[in-house]
Design a protein around this ligand. Sequence first.
Ligand SMILES: [Zn+2]
Ligand SMILES: [Zn+2]
Length: 380
Amino acid sequence: MMQPSEGSSFPCATCGAALRFSPEYGGLVCDHCGNREPLPAGPVPPGSIPETAFRAGIEAQLPEAATELRRLGRCPNCGAEVGFDAAVHSSACPFCATPIVAGPDPARRIRPHAVAPFAVTGAAARAAMQRWLGGLWFAPSGLAAFARGGRALEGVYVPYWTFDAQTRTAYSGRRGTVCYETRPVTVRDAAGAMRTELRQVARVSWSAASGQVQRAFDDVLVLASHSLPEGHTEALLPWDLSLLQPYQPEFLAGFRSEAYSVTPDQGMGEARAYMDRMIDRDIRFDIGGDRQEVLAAQTEVSGQTFKHVLLPVWTAAYRFRGQSFRFVVNGQTGKVEGERPWSWVKIAAFFLALALLFGGGAWLMQNPDLLPWGQGQTPP
Ligand SMILES: [Zn+2]
Ligand SMILES: [Zn+2]
């Protein structure tokens, strides 16, 4: 029987405290005694992560070695399925700070193929958040001080699928060529009289077009959960997937991880929608001309494979004056995205100042006696 590998702690050989993966060291460190332990397997060259054939990838058909048992808890608010350490039974959701309790039984999930290890340290992510919060325009006055108040971010591995496929598409459609011809057109002139003048008129002439396009898709990336809003995850793009390393649970030490809630099938559906958009562009390029119409397209897909990958995100759900906001940092690149409070008082004051400057200012110039301090006097 496999043991739940998720977050099973890695005790320090010297003092027994829990080791954590250190982005700076690239291995495990002990915060208690300073002991360092390298990862069991060293780094691999880019592109050497094996893929799983898609047909075999439906969970029930995978061999047990390709799956793992995990203790998971589901966030009642945002739906995130978060992994739990063996000794931990409840915690706060890393995405929305709602309390989560671990489920009674471990769940079997596809084991991640690869991990993009955290490269940005927690301290760097926190500094990025402080800079971002402190540098916002029209933020409430207390926010900069709140940002300096030093709150920790949580490192979470977010689940993704990547898909490869070769496609070959036979299409039929029409190619439109725009030509201009000079034609008499009846117009009404300024005086209201009708007259005829010669004008250049565009005309599209269509001809049949058909052919075949093909494409090799590599690592089409699909988010495998819905806990972060799409705008947030899109803002974290791009990811450097050439830095993926084969999955070792040691990478997760000291971090949290989310389990996928989008199945490989659903993920493939999303990847296919993306592939179809790319294929449509290829077809239109292939048809050429000035306008294109695609009437029919038949796509054959072969060599479908997928990978389950974990990508690193620093996240904080912060509460400011009774409202909650989310903040995320790409753990690979340090790119920042967040939700923010606005100070409506500052915004109103800004527009009032603008209005005074451009509108009211001009009006006051014409009526200087209306100034509260009167004409010819210095303002108080
Ligand atoms: Zn130690
Ligand atoms: Zn949540």
